[in-house]
Design a protein around this ligand. Structure first.
Ligand SMILES: Cc1cc2nc3c(=O)[nH]c(=O)nc-3n(C[C@H](O)[C@H](O)[C@H](O)COP(=O)(O)O)c2cc1C
Length: 245
């Protein structure tokens, strides 16, 4: 028997109120505190690498006009400054707000911020060794998960395309599903994917601005990447990745 799970999911997660999987009171004062709490993943015992302060500028409309997927990467295109800008302008904190969470470069459904970002750096970058890192958004720093070299064969265990072996880094997004789904139930899954799209476009545009090449990547070997990052693949799982270089 064939079951169209995507249609089943789409139809059953259609309505926010009545008949759907969630019931969000219109009165915000009735919301539990956890719905307005921002959760940050931290690695307090891991080596932290502060990212340099970055301020980049470019004409926004020009960037949209030149945005494209370009797979002709170079392995050493990244610098700490470029990595810093890429992360800040794609998914970093942009400014504090008195009445709200710190603002980020991307919108987020219900301000649940369900995504974590992990740069996997394939080649040493002026003071940052090749390895797997977590982007510490609050401190604009890298949490070091593992420092290790990546051969072409190692990269082939993470992504299916040979041309990705010439890139500088893989920017992985994982979802901590609970952060959105405790409020929005099944429907929260939709918002998580939309958040990933918002960040993905920011990664593309920031790459263009920084003179980096970029490609979104459906061809990821998710389980291998999750095990490299030390995430369980269930409560937190890969949703999208892009290569840059
Ligand atoms: C979610 C997503 C996944 C993608 N996966 C791949 C991929 O696995 N391999 C690839 O070569 N390009 C991939 N791309 C790039 C698309 O092929 C590309 O965006 C599309 O051909 C349009 O070209 P453009 O981005 O240059 O406008 C992906 C893009 C997105 C948004």
């Amino acid at each position: 028997m064939y079951i169209d799970f995507s249609s089943l999911f789409h139809q059953s997660s259609k309505d926010l109120r009545g008949g759907g999987t969630v019931n969000i009171p219109a009165d915000v004062t009735k919301w539990p505190e956890e719905w307005s709490t921002t959760y940050y993943k931290t690695y307090p015992r891991f080596k932290k690498i502060p990212l340099p302060a970055s301020k980049s500028s470019a004409d926004f409309f020009d960037l949209l006009m030149i945005r494209k997927t370009d797979r002709s990467f170079s392995k050493d295109a990244l610098t700490p400054g470029k990595l810093s800008s890429l992360l800040k302008y794609s998914c970093g904190i942009t400014h504090e707000s008195a009445e709200y969470n710190p603002r980020r470069a991307h919108p987020s459904g219900g301000a649940r911020y369900p995504l974590e970002i992990y740069p996997i750096i394939f080649n040493d970058v002026e003071g940052i060794s090749a390895g797997a890192y977590h982007y510490n958004v609050k401190e604009h720093a890298l949490d070091t998960l593992s420092e290790r070299p990546f051969s072409g064969d190692d990269i082939a265990q993470l992504v299916t395309y040979p041309w990705a072996q010439n890139s500088s880094a893989l920017i992985v997004m994982t979802a901590v599903f609970w952060r959105s789904q405790m409020k929005y139930g099944e429907r929260g899954y939709r918002y998580i994917m939309l958040d990933a799209g918002h960040i993905g476009q920011n990664v593309y545009l920031s790459s263009m601005a920084l003179g980096l090449k970029c490609s979104g990547l459906g061809g990821t070997l998710d389980t291998n990447i999750e095990s490299l990052l030390g995430v369980d693949g269930i409560d937190e799982s890969l949703v999208y990745a892009l290569v840059v270089g």
